[in-house]
Write a protein that binds this ligand. Structure first.
Ligand code: SF4
Ligand code: SF4
Length: 355
């Protein structure tokens, strides 16, 4: 592990230097909410923060993203792909959101890599921060194994009071760190302090699930016919809020917009939600998830069974945003624990038969 020590007092100056060469995105306050947006002033950055309304995923996969522009006027018909390669730094990413970006990298890099995502990802430097206490009553990151950083960061900060410990994860990160003043090598004493802070943090987080996350795919497998889906389907409003705030949801629609001359326009990718009515409509008017219970069940299966099978990652990082956003209080922790309780009699019977 390559770690450096950086005085906190020098942070504003470092951010100003960064702004000379990069678009600086950071976590900041907007009213009483936290958002990731381009920072005007270094003082706007807030590092010890509650979960942002939308995850930093929106920087790599914007809500509205132009994929190509076309112009058929004149003799030469032009179609030009659009790639956003502006050098960008995203500062203040929680470790759960960093895990979500690892999953997005897998989703948009596997099979036919998505060139638009890849271009933006390559131009983006990720600076994450160690969460030393739970950031929300809804988070269950300890259950989902996202309480510490994955490998995919460029720089990772841990708050040690008057200094940050900065772990360097890549060449890209090291280049950015070169613009910071007052950085020094860590001493054995710094390592000791870091170890103390890290060992102190674990007891501040509690487990929310009644079982281990490795049991999730098999729990879902056993629960396909559970009556809980119908009960939840009665409550769910199909508003799609849970998808929109989620750092791992990645479904999108593609729409063409043509100008009034009908000669030129653009093709745009927009976020979509599997919870919306008609999301699963296909040719002939057939809708294979036409009721709310089926759509809600699909969301859970996608996150906790299909994504692990396809990408090797559980599709939920335990950020708790969907629980906070849901107007009828449908939360992943309660749904999963309820499914688990409903399976206990059956699994015990199966075990007895086996014995
Ligand atoms: S499903 Fe909910 S808790 Fe899990 S990553 Fe998405 S928003 Fe966060
Ligand atoms: S946020 Fe709640 S009500 Fe809205 S679609 Fe999701 S589960 Fe249903």
């Amino acid at each position: 592990m390559s770690i450096r020590i950086f005085p906190k007092i020098n942070l504003p100056d470092w951010l100003l230097r960064i702004q000379r060469d990069y678009r600086l995105i950071g976590s900041t306050e907007a009213g009483d909410q936290i958002v990731f947006e381009e920072l005007q002033y270094p003082s706007d950055l807030l590092l010890d923060h509650a979960p942002s309304i939308l995850p930093p995923k929106k920087i790599l996969l914007p809500q509205w993203e132009t994929l190509l522009k076309f112009d058929t006027s004149g003799s030469s018909h032009k179609v030009e792909p659009v790639f956003d390669q502006s050098p960008t730094i995203v500062f203040g990413i929680h470790t759960c959101d960093l895990h979500a970006i690892s999953l997005m990298d897998r989703v948009f890099g596997q099979g036919y890599p998505d060139q638009h995502y890849q271009a933006r990802r390559k131009a983006t430097t990720l600076v994450s921060i160690e969460c030393l206490r739970p950031c929300s009553e809804f988070s269950f990151c300890k259950d989902m194994g996202t309480l510490s950083t994955p490998d995919d960061f460029d720089l990772h900060l841990t708050d040690l009071g008057s200094v940050y410990v900065i772990e360097v994860g890549s060449e890209k990160g090291l280049r950015v760190l070169h613009s910071a003043a007052g950085v020094r090598e860590a001493t054995p004493k710094d390592y000791q302090r870091l170890q103390k802070v890290m060992s102190g943090k674990w007891s501040r987080f509690s487990y929310q699930l009644d079982f281990d996350m490795t049991e999730l795919p098999s729990l879902l497998d056993l629960s396909y016919e559970s009556e809980l889906w119908d009960i939840l389907g009665e409550k769910c409003l199909s508003c799609g809020g849970c998808n929109i705030v989620c750092p791992t949801c990645n479904c999108f629609d593609v729409v063409d917009q043509v100008d009034f001359t009908l000669h030129s326009g653009s093709r745009t990718r927009v976020w979509d939600s599997c919870q919306l009515d008609r999301f699963s409509s296909v040719a002939g008017g057939h809708d294979f998830r036409s009721n709310r219970a089926a759509r809600l069940r699909h969301r859970f299966f996608h996150k906790f069974m299909y994504q692990p099978e396809t990408y090797g990652f559980i599709g939920c990082v335990g950020c708790g945003r969907c629980a906070q956003a849901c107007l009828v209080s449908i939360t992943p922790v309660e749904v999963l624990n309820d499914l688990y309780r409903r399976q206990i009699p059956y699994t015990s019977i199966e075990q007895e038969v086996l014995v």
